[in-house]
Design a protein around this ligand. Structure first.
Ligand code: SAH
Ligand code: SF4
Ligand code: F3S
Length: 483
């Protein structure tokens, strides 16, 4: 197993291997020598800070990047006053980009104080040629840029930068490659994300993800199961299966399988206690999946089912390929099989051409479904997507006003719906010490709602029964029951 490879034994005087991941372990070994020289010169280990700016998929990538840096010998830190700072960027909405430019200015001031500091950018934003051009021209202090398709190459690119002493840029347009068996450094010991697929083929008309993440590629089921078995062996009790559209998992494999089939295999992994997944596209949610969820003891009672809009007209323009009625029917079908399920969603306000009537349809869906929570977004124009070229972009003030109305509605419903388990005893996976109250811990119910209750850190990673005493809207206060 590569995770246990001793990279100090790699012959760095030899030519680098051509096959992956051996090639990357070779470059990790070379970078490690550089780290050792740094240590000799400065009397301390160089520090590295990986900042994740995107979704759960990016967060998982960041764990892989941190894993590579850990192997090289960097000391991980959450502080950007580090010797190596890596931003894993997101570009789903314009404000994500603006944040990166803002923070780069700040990094430049840090680099002036520490001229040996290395700054690297990777992730979705780097897949946009105009972004890379802008950084090449106006942010010349950036040392390394790479994209979403070659994150596995971090060690090689770092080595190139160290040797060449000039900006290293390596962005791939797309890939069919999935490099397995690289080191990862997990944020939590007891839960982990697991990629089951990469990319997206849906081309919702507002969305940039298919352009920056490439075409849909599923990992082989045996690789996924092996990864989960190893995670469980190292203490993980909960996995989150990740993909932009998990419901189409397996369609492009040599031997096609369904997502529901994969879930059955994951369920069979001994020692695993909880299974989550995201994101489900409503158009691909099968009866088979509902059945598997109903029969499962491990799949959590939560489904994230982005609706985006309640207006069938807007949904068509968004290229979502379902209508308001189909979405509501799907929700009914899910609830008939899984009455206690908690449903969450994503909603975009102000898509081009959205009228007050369209918006009223969105409010209607929100009321009819009664979501546990909803991520609400103001439509952001992404260059290169079909929606960016549409006429009738909605005026900012109108969008803002609708957004506020939606948020108020979502929050009121959420407070009511989330209280459904009040005065019941439910299982909670304890995650951490409570941020605000001494002597309390915080954990999650199967349906993803947070619970705070008196307890100590020895409970972290354990699943315990908790009586839900008080509903506070988005969370509960509870009391642990005797086991
Ligand atoms: N694959 C997931 C979503 C990934 S992006 C899915 O299909 O559900 C996460 C969310 O960001 C989307 O659900 C959408 O609500 C929002 N989003 C994507 N592009 C956007 C844009 N251009 N403007 C505003 N919100 C957007
Ligand atoms: Fe974007 Fe649609 Fe793909 Fe989700 S399914 S990532 S919203 S294109
Ligand atoms: Fe952002 Fe990329 Fe995820 S654009 S939402 S980090 S796939």
């Amino acid at each position: 197993m590569y995770n246990e490879i001793d990279i100090d034994k790699i012959d760095t005087a030899a030519e680098p291997p051509t096959e992956e991941p051996a090639r990357q372990y070779y470059f990790m070994a070379r970078c490690r020598q550089w780290v050792q020289e740094f240590e000799k010169k400065n009397g301390r280990v160089p520090t590295a800070c990986v900042v994740n700016m995107g979704c759960q998929m990016n967060a998982r990538d960041s764990e892989k990047l941190a894993g590579i840096l850990g192997q090289i010998g960097f000391l991980e830190t959450g502080d950007e006053h580090a010797d190596f700072v890596l931003y894993n960027t997101c570009t789903v909405r314009e404000n994500a980009n603006l944040r990166v430019y803002g923070r780069l200015g700040y990094l430049n001031t840090l680099k002036k104080k520490n001229p040996d500091m290395l700054i690297a950018l990777c992730g979705c934003m780097m897949q946009e040629p105009r972004v890379v051009e802008k950084i090449r021209k106006s942010y010349r202090f950036v040392d390394i840029m790479f994209g979403t398709h070659n994150i596995f190459k971090l060690a090689e690119l770092l080595w190139q930068r160290i040797e060449m002493r000039k900006m290293t840029v390596d962005i791939w347009d797309d890939t069919s490659l999935i490099v397995e068996e690289l080191p990862t450094e997990r944020k939590y010991p007891f839960k982990s994300g697991v990629n089951i697929m990469f990319g997206c083929n849906n081309f919702c008309s507002y969305c940039i993800v298919p352009y920056v993440r490439g075409r849909e590629r599923s990992r082989k089921p045996e690789d996924i199961i092996r990864e989960i078995e190893r995670l469980v062996a190292s203490g993980v009790v909960e996995v989150m299966l990740l993909g932009q559209n998990v419901n189409s998992y397996g369609k492009n494999l040599e031997t096609p399988v369904t997502f529901a089939w994969l879930l059955r295999q994951v369920e069979a992994v001994e020692g695993l206690k909880r299974i989550r997944f995201m994101t489900s596209h409503p158009k691909d949610l099968s009866d088979e999946l509902i059945e598997v969820m109903r029969d499962s003891k491990k799949i959590c009672g939560h489904l994230h089912l982005p609706v985006q809009s309640g207006s069938s007209r807007i949904l068509k323009a968004m290229n979502r390929r379902y209508t308001k009625e189909q979405y509501l029917q799907l929700v009914d079908k899910i609830r008939a099989a899984l009455p206690d399920i908690s449903l969450t969603t994503d909603i975009i306000v102000g898509f081009p051409g959205e009228t007050e009537e369209d918006f009223a349809e969105t409010l209607d869906v929100v009321r009819k479904v009664g979501f546990d929570s909803a991520f609400t977004f103001i439509y952001s124009k992404r260059t290169g997507t079909p929606a960016a070229a549409m006429e009738d972009q909605v005026e900012e003030a109108v969008v803002k006003e609708r957004f506020d109305r939606l948020l108020a509605e979502v929050q009121a419903i959420s407070a009511r719906v989330c209280a459904r388990d009040l005065h019941k005893t439910k299982e909670v996976l304890v995650e951490c010490a409570d941020d605000h109250m001494e002597g309390y811990v915080t954990g999650r119910l199967s349906n993803n709602i947070l619970v705070h209750f008196p307890g100590d850190l020895s409970l972290v990673g354990k699943i315990v029964p908790v009586y839900l005493e008080e509903a506070k809207g988005f969370y509960y206060m509870g009391r642990m029951e005797e086991t």
